[in-house]
Design a binder for this molecule. Structure first.
Ligand code: PLP
Length: 522
């Protein structure tokens, strides 16, 4: 099959490496952009303000002696600076974001419109309760949807991310063991080897020691190993379902039965809930606590450090320990139960100052209501269908990590198929950037060698999936044909090449300092 036509443009294999760098650092109608502080916006300003009449003497010693040190730019200069920067970035509005384990959704415009309604966006957490009845009703409705979809009796809305939700769940579990006098002996949390790093980190943070549970050949929890490690020294298990290999835990009922028999609680990492929403209710599986990443399953913005939200649903046994606040509804309308009040006697405390991420609540509820119950089931079905389409269409060229049977919402490949090519998963991912595609998640889960975890989500059309698949096939074919330079030198077309990612993470430079002798210092 000719991949060139479907991908849409020839890749000119022999010209890529020899292309000269441009003279300015610009590329294809995109100019190189310096930091805003490095430009020449000094000593000028974008607005005309009259000189202040006061001499500032009221401030005494506190008066600023040096220039404020902010660059001055006109409106078009400002716009250009930020638009140029934004064009160096990938965005879900540009193309597929195939990161597995992240569920990078589109962010429906309707959600944004709802979140900007003044009754939700222009309110203050300390406003009198009578003036925010609508916002509280929205939180109550969201709680209702989350409880209904999961089949669980209680939910703590306030955690601000998945990892924060894990903290919430484990603190509720610890509070329950404390209440029953078992905390001293139950010091262990069992976590499968394939777990997301936040699981063992959270357990350790709450003061537990982490014990690993082995995985079977086919990528599931090894139930025999789990059973052998369960005992009256175990506080909880943390299992992701569907798991981080993109597979449904077939023995989930047995896992929860064994866990409860041992007197431990079942924490489910619900980051992958989008694969089963509307089809499976975690409450029916025996789950005691599960976080739901609204920024994964329910379409609220995710990247760029924006706020997340990780509500935690709780079973009957854990509900009394849920953190404050929560919304109740009685004759007087909606109100918040805070820690001091009697109803929250057993609450383990609170996780944040106020009520959580109002904007995310609004977006998530907007997504739920616009889909309806049947629409959400369709979301799960389409997400799984899309991932299986990718698995099926790449499976002949690339090696699926667990080839037998279908996957859930993400397709996982290993690097077996690259053996003998001298090309690594990282090289392959960098070459994807040259072809216009954001790479998939790499080297996670750790239990799969050279892992490539691809998650399309339900939002990609068949045409978009085919475009992605043809690019992947073209690259895989080039890799197998020994076109090593294309991969080793990649990315050739990105503004920055191979970065020292370890150093960037370990010693980030977060503050701009003026060069020696410059008059730009603050
Ligand atoms: C994303 C994710 C988390 C952590 O969620 P955050 O919202 O990023 O804190 C935990 N577990 C799994 C499996 C995830 O995919």
């Amino acid at each position: 099959m000719s991949t060139m036509n479907t991908v849409g443009r020839p890749t000119a294999p022999n010209q890529v490496q020899t292309k000269p760098a441009t003279l300015t650092g610009g590329r294809g109608l995109l100019q190189n952009e310096a930091l805003i502080f490095e430009g020449d916006g000094w000593g000028k300003t974008g607005v005309d303000l009259p000189e202040p009449k006061t001499d500032g003497s009221d401030l005494g010693d506190l008066i600023r002696k040096d220039p404020i040190g902010l660059p001055g730019l006109s409106e078009p200069e400002t716009m250009r600076h930020y638009v140029r920067l934004s064009q160096k970035n990938h965005a879900i509005d540009l193309a597929i974001y195939p990161l597995g384990s992240c569920t990078m959704k589109h962010n429906p415009r309707l959600n944004e419109k709802m979140a900007r309604l003044p009754g939700f966006s222009d309110i203050h957490p300390l406003q009198p309760i009578s003036t925010v009845q609508g916002a509280l009703e929205l939180m109550d409705a969201l709680a209702h949807w989350l409880k209904t979809l999961t089949g669980m009796p209680a939910v703590a809305l306030s955690p601000k991310a998945g990892a924060h939700g894990e903290l919430c769940g484990l603190m509720a579990i610890r509070a329950a063991h404390e209440a029953s006098g078992q905390h001293e002996k139950r010091r262990k949390v069992l976590v499968p080897t394939s777990a997301h790093g936040t699981n063992p980190a959270t357990a350790a943070f709450v003061g537990y020691s982490v014990v690993e549970v082995a995985q079977t050949e086919d990528g599931r929890v090894d139930v025999a190993d789990l059973a052998s490690k369960l005992g009256d020294d175990v506080a909880a298990i943390m299992v992701t379902n569907p798991n981080t290999c993109g597979l449904f835990e077939r023995d989930i009922l047995e896992i929860s039965r064994l866990t409860h028999e041992a007197g431990a609680y079942f924490y489910c990492d619900g980051a992958n809930f989008n694969a089963i929403v509307g089809r499976v209710r975690p409450g029916d599986l025996g789950v005691d606590a599960m976080h739901i990443n609204l920024h994964k399953t329910f379409s609220t913005p995710h990247g760029g450090g924006g706020p997340g939200a990780g509500p935690v649903v709780l079973s009957e046994a854990l509900a009394p320990f849920a953190p404050a606040p929560w919304v109740v509804h009685d004759e007087g309308g909606y109100r918040l139960i805070e820690r001091e009040e009697e109803e929250a006697e057993q609450a383990f405390g609170r996780l944040c100052a106020f009520q959580g991420q109002m904007g995310m609540y609004t977006r998530a509820l907007s997504y739920m209501m616009s889909h309806g119950a049947d629409g959400l089931r369709q979301v799960a079905e389409d997400a799984v269908l899309n991932a299986n389409y990718i698995k099926a269409r790449l499976g002949d060229l690339m090696s699926a990590a667990f080839p037998d049977g279908p996957c859930m919402h993400e397709a996982l490949f290993d690097d077996e198929w690259l053996k003998g090519t001298d090309i690594t998963t990282l090289d392959f991912a960098k070459a994807m950037i040259d072809e216009g595609f954001h790479p998939m998640t790499m080297y996670f889960p750790l239990v799969v060698h050279g892992a490539m975890l691809i998650e399309p989500t339900e939002t990609e059309s068949k045409a978009e999936l085919d475009r992605f698949i043809e690019a992947m096939r073209a690259l895989a074919t080039a890799a197998k044909a020994g076109d090593v330079d294309r991969f080793k030198g990649a990315p050739f077309h990105a503004p920055l090449k191979r970065l020292d990612e370890t150093r960037a993470a370990r010693s980030p430079v977060l503050r701009w300092t003026a060069p020696e002798g410059s008059n730009k210092a603050a």
